[in-house]
Design a protein around this ligand. Structure first.
Ligand code: NDP
Length: 452
């Protein structure tokens, strides 16, 4: 690592004590940027890197609400507006008790690189609250969303900042948030994405992240004359990204053999079918049940509880491909070694940074093809970008048109990662390629705009 990169990281640690998620994400990106920084002395002179690791703005606010028994609760909300060099701030909202400022800074930083890779005019942001939606009634969720928007609406807008969903924020929450925004502002604009089809949403936004992940995997395989056909795939998570990753895997002839939630995972030895996946969609998105219920319904499947600590048996399932689609840091070094032992040849991230730095190093060392989420899950934000375009034009494209554009964007992201990896002498290393390609576009825009 160059002395300059080391200095930037040391100063970042001093200024952001204890923010381990954000510091890990910054280190991961700066490790790659270090490979090319000496070719860009002007970046160093203008302190582009030092500026890029500092969010442009962080908004923190109180989000009080009252539960169904009349008991008041107070949560904390945030919006981290990381970078607007390439376009208006864009990134999801996460409602989960594990949300902290560090987590949202990590996600906003990642989002800046991801949005850059799409080639669209989108800046990077992330937001959310430490609110736990689990077990809450629809009315409680609505009251929380309305309270959250009562403050957030001051800071967003169709040309300023356009939030979307993430963990704990799906179509129901986007509906409540948009409804409140519309009433507060007396305007119907494309300020949020992930809206319902009847009220400004885009075809395929719901499916886009998962479908894009699988297109990315197909592009990786096709470079070596292979395809997804017949591949046994571990998928983790059972939310939006996981379910639509599994769906597209089935459509492309692969066999998703697992899904999980925080309680454990189900193993379906012959692979999930479209019918079984429809049952899971109803379980997860309508009844909001647990994945263990799948094994009660289908005797072909086995359910394994998540361990409190130690090795996760999910990563010991024999498979050809792995799609971690639940949350950050779910796949550690031990899990990576177990996957290598189980014969895995391809790892494609659906979630944001589900593999730890140590896990990625194992894949590098063992020459396992690895795609980082900032490239492989860019399909979600890409279709959000397409939703913004449709909203501005006041029209709706067909599903075929959106799917064609999504696939073209993902293939472009894939190519720019590979090309950039080649240029910097890191042949086939998608992680370095994604970081450098993402960085160079943002850095060029910052320089051109007076280095701000
Ligand atoms: P959902 O809320 O729809 O689903 C999240 C899934 O992950 C659930 O199955 C959940 O299980 C599981 N999960 C969450 N936290 C944990 C945990 N600590 N341990 C184990 N399992 C956990 O979220 P999404 O599918 O939208 O998002 C998943 C990932 O994909 C996130 O990293 C997100 O940032 C990323 N992403 C999402 C995009 C989108 O368009 N939605 C776009 C790009 C990236 P449980 O119900 O038990 O909590």
């Amino acid at each position: 690592m160059s002395g300059y990169i080391k200095d930037v990281l040391e100063s970042l640690e001093e200024r952001n004590p204890g923010e381990k998620e954000f510091l890990a994400a910054a280190k991961e990106a700066l490790d790659s940027i270090g490979l090319i920084i000496d070719d860009h002395p002007d970046h160093r002179k203008s302190a582009i890197l030092e500026r890029l690791v500092e969010p442009e703005r962080i908004i923190t606010f109180r989000a009080p609400w009252v539960d169904d028994d009349g008991k008041p609760h107070v949560n904390r909300g945030w919006r981290v507006q990381f970078s607007s060099a390439l376009g208006p701030y864009k990134g999801g909202l996460r409602f989960h008790p594990s949300v902290t400022q560090s987590v949202l800074k990590f996600l906003g930083f990642e989002q800046t690189f991801k949005n850059s890779l799409t080639g669209l005019s989108l800046g990077g942001a992330k937001g959310g609250a430490d609110f736990d939606p689990k077990g809450r009634s629809d009315d409680e969720i609505r009251r929380f969303c309305e309270s959250f928007m009562d403050e957030l609406h001051r800071h967003i807008g169709p040309d300023r900042d356009i939030p979307a969903g993430d963990i704990g924020v799906g179509s129901r929450e986007i509906g409540y948030l948009f409804g409140r925004y519309r009433r507060l502002r007396n305007e119907f604009t494309g300020t949020l994405t992930g809206k319902g089809l009847a009220w400004g949403g885009s075809p395929l936004r719901t499916e886009a992240t998962g479908y894009g992940v699988v297109y990315f995997a197909a592009a990786m395989l096709s470079d070596s004359g292979k395809s997804l056909e017949g591949m046994r795939c571990i998928v983790s998570g059972s939310g939006n990204v996981a379910v639509y990753t599994a769906e597209k895997l089935i459509d492309m002839g692969a066999r998703p053999i697992t899904l999980s939630d925080s309680g454990g995972f189900i193993f379906e030895p012959d692979g999930l079918t479209r019918e079984k996946l429809d049952w899971i969609k109803e379980l997860k998105f309508e009844r909001r049940g647990r994945i263990s219920e799948y094994a009660d319904e289908f005797s072909s499947a086995k359910y394994t509880k998540a361990p409190k600590e130690g090795a996760n048996p999910l990563w010991q399932v024999e498979a050809d491909g792995v799609f971690p689609c639940a949350t950050q840091n779910e796949l550690d070094e031990r899990g990576a070694r177990d996957l290598v032992k189980a014969g895995v040849k391809l790892v494609v991230e659906g979630a944001n940074m589900p593999a730890t730095h140590e896990a990625v190093e194992v894949f590098r060392e063992k020459k396992i093809a690895f795609a980082p989420g900032k490239a492989s899950n860019a399909g979600g934000v890409a279709v959000s970008g397409l939703e913004m375009s449709q909203n501005s034009m006041r029209l709706t494209w067909t599903e075929e048109e959106v799917e064609g554009r999504l696939r073209a964007i993902i293939e472009r992201v894939h190519k720019s990662c590979l090309d950039m990896a080649d240029v910097c002498g890191q042949c086939n290393d998608y992680a370095h390629g994604a970081n450098i390609a993402g960085y160079l576009r943002v850095a060029a825009a910052m320089k051109a705009q007076g280095a701000w």
